[in-house]
Design a protein around this ligand. Structure first.
Ligand code: PLP
Length: 365
């Protein structure tokens, strides 16, 4: 509360999920304490990067890993790594070195905007996007068609942002990559399963720290050698502009340990917490609420609210929710269809009550 008063900031109820625009997630006391200790200590930083990577790799049953500043940085650094292939000349001359193998093949329906474009981060790493298939379809054959002597890697964006239908699987993409002796990079930024994609054959997998893990700003890049060391080399090149602090590296490791021990909230628990919320929303006139599962099939359950009023549209309701001394943020992706979604992972009982009160005030005046 002190920060809000000192800087004149609004209080926020976050029913939108782990969103960058609201600061993503909150760290636990254990993570905050580990960050404090690391922040007040000196390390040999190259050693810290290497050893925390190996520690994470053991926990996640992979060959190697490295903590970077964000999943976006993870994409850019992975691309730079697979293009440079361990060349230290390339690290310091990323755009002028004469390497021609810069093409990165990804399904067209995966070239999405998650806050910035996938293509922007690939470009930052010196890669050139080659889209395979159509906006709404990508088959293994369509990926193969785009591979040539200038292909540096295949890229797969495992996300609710991506097109889901008529899409080849991660395993199919990995099989193609290995048939052509190429690495497969999987951006699994918001995914909860830290084992699945390496098991499916991905060579490099990227997880955003602050999303599933509720770590401070960071990302885990996990996978095989020599790719991980190729990525770590970039810290002396473009990676310098994406430097992560020692406190956040240790925070990420600690959050990972807590996540592996406790997991995230179960689907069952979310369904249980949602029931009274959905019921209370249904008692407000002009609203029909129900429970829905995440569209990408993750174990996340949300309240989906249809606004059926000729006085106010879903978009206007969303705008009103953000007004007042406490701003309530929801998932807005389906507002065009009159639907508002509430993600309750970071909403407690008290906050749900406030949301219901505010909704009643908006709908019934
Ligand atoms: C959130 C997200 C990112 C970016 O993660 P940051 O850690 O915020 O950079 C990248 N890709 C996808 C699919 C995401 O959902």
């Amino acid at each position: 509360m002190k920060l809000q008063e000192k800087l004149n900031l609004k209080s926020v109820i976050n029913a939108s999920g782990k969103m960058t625009i609201l600061g993503v997630s909150k760290v636990s006391d254990g993570v905050a304490l580990a960050q404090k200790e690391a922040g007040q200590t000196f390390f040999e930083m190259a050693d810290l990067v290497k050893k925390t990577g190996l520690y994470i790799a053991e926990l996640l049953e992979v060959e190697n890993a490295t903590v970077v500043s964000s999943a976006s940085a993870g994409i850019a650094l992975s691309i730079a790594g697979v293009i440079g292939q361990g060349s230290s000349y390339h690290v310091t001359h990323p755009s002028t070195s004469k390497i021609k193998r810069r093409e990165i093949v990804l399904p067209k329906g995966h070239n999405v905007n998650y806050g910035t474009g996938v293509e922007v981060m690939v470009g930052l790493g010196g890669g050139q996007i080659v889209e395979a298939g159509w906006a709404n379809e990508c088959t293994p054959e369509q990926v193969e068609m785009e591979i040539n002597e200038n292909t540096a890697a295949l890229l797969y964006i495992k996300s609710h942002h991506s097109v889901q239908k008529s899409m080849l699987t991660v395993s199919e993409m990995a099989d193609i990559a290995h048939e052509y002796d190429l690495p497969l990079i999987v951006d699994a930024a918001a995914e909860e399963d830290l084992f699945a994609f390496t098991k499916m054959g991905a060579d490099i997998v990227i997880y955003s720290g602050a999303k599933a893990l509720e770590a401070p700003s960071s990302a885990l890049v996990i996978g095989k050698n020599p790719y991980i060391p190729w990525i770590q080399m970039q810290n002396y090149g473009i990676g310098r502009a994406m430097k992560i602090g020692k406190d956040n590296i240790i925070g990420a490791v600690t959050a990972l340990e807590e996540y592996l021990e406790n997991g995230s909230e179960s689907g069952e628990s979310m369904v249980g917490r949602l029931a009274p919320f959905v019921q209370a929303l249904n008692e407000i006139s002009g609203l029909v609420a129900k429970q829905v599962q995440d569209s990408a099939g993750r174990e996340i359950y949300r309240a989906s609210l249809q606004v059926l009023s000729d006085k106010i549209s879903a978009k206007e309701v969303i705008a009103r929710l953000k007004q007042g001394d406490v701003a309530i943020y929801t998932r807005e992706y389906q507002a065009n269809n009159g639907i508002i979604e509430f993600d309750i992972r970071m909403v407690n009982k008290e906050e749900m009550k406030r949301i219901v009160e505010k909704m009643r005030e908006i709908m019934e005046g």
